[in-house]
Ligand binder design. Structure first.
Ligand code: IPD
Ligand code: CA
Ligand code: CA
Ligand code: CA
Length: 252
């Protein structure tokens, strides 16, 4: 079975399920703290994905956010809802993320936003796509013409916005890491900064952004991998300008 076709159809099926509960999530609870919530929809969506992978690829391992932490040479990496806070509050900007890796190399990434019905995807060396159309990063070369996104990270976001606000056209916080990075891939954003990200928050976009001609590094500018934990995604052209600002923030 073609893995890309499988992952796209599965992400869209799960997205359809999520739309039925959007803004009306089942059994919402605090997870690690009052700032971190989970619902039975996260768990059910994850179960839909796990059972299909088990049916079609029974020998392969799955690392998924809601307490399913396998390892393996052939590994699927799954975030059933990226942007649970938006999903629970009836806000747009949440997505299903599915990636497939071999030996730590991501070979396929799919991000599906059910609200806008947009599916972003890439296979290694095959370019990046949105709903069948090739996508690429923006051509912006300066921060003053750039629009960027940063996640909500206590102790970082405020300092970062303070440092960058005078240099950029606008900042945004969409609330889903995979969507923010997919928006870099298709040129809507010029950069996106993520701190404290888990592998499932970034796995598909670690492939989609470079396949769209963009750049991803850690916040020191080193090559990024699944366990870097913090990331700068950009169109490549404004990468070093954003890194300089992050460096200044780190020194304060
Ligand atoms: C979260 C979202 C959010 C980011 C958090 C993630 P979740 O994922 O991607 O944008 O700021 O760090 O944990 O919990 O909604 O899957
Ligand atoms: Ca979560
Ligand atoms: Ca996530
Ligand atoms: Ca999640």
């Amino acid at each position: 079975m073609d893995r890309l076709d499988f992952a796209i159809k599965l992400a869209r099926r799960v997205g359809f399920y999520l739309l039925q509960h959007w803004g009306n999530a089942l059994n919402v609870k605090e997870k690690s703290s009052f700032q971190d919530i989970v619902s039975d929809c996260d768990k059910h969506a994850q179960q839909m994905i796990l059972s299909e992978i088990e049916r079609h690829f029974p020998k392969e391992a799955v690392l998924a956010e809601e307490d399913h932490f396998e390892t393996g040479q052939k590994l699927w990496i799954v975030d059933p809802i990226d942007g649970t806070m938006n999903f629970v509050h009836g806000l747009p900007s949440f997505a299903v993320g599915i990636a497939y890796s071999e030996g730590g190399n991501i070979l396929l990434g799919v991000v599906h936003d059910p609200v806008l019905n947009e599916t972003f995807y890439a296979v290694r060396n095959g370019g990046a796509y949105k709903n069948g159309e090739r996508i690429s990063v923006s051509e912006k070369t300066t921060l003053k013409e750039s629009i960027g996104n940063v996640g909500f990270y206590v102790g970082f976001t405020g300092h970062f916005i303070n440092a960058i606000e005078k240099h950029v056209r606008r900042m945004r916080m969409v609330g889903s890491a995979v969507l923010a990075a997919s928006y870099v891939a298709c040129g809507r954003f010029d950069f996106f900064v993520a701190k404290r990200a888990n592998p499932w928050d970034v796995a598909p976009v670690l492939l989609i952004v470079p396949e769209a001609g963009g750049c991803v590094s850690d916040l020191q500018g080193r090559p990024a991998n699944l366990s870097s934990g913090e990331y700068l995604f950009s169109n490549g052209k404004v990468h070093s300008s954003v890194l300089k600002i992050i460096e200044k923030v780190a020194k304060t």
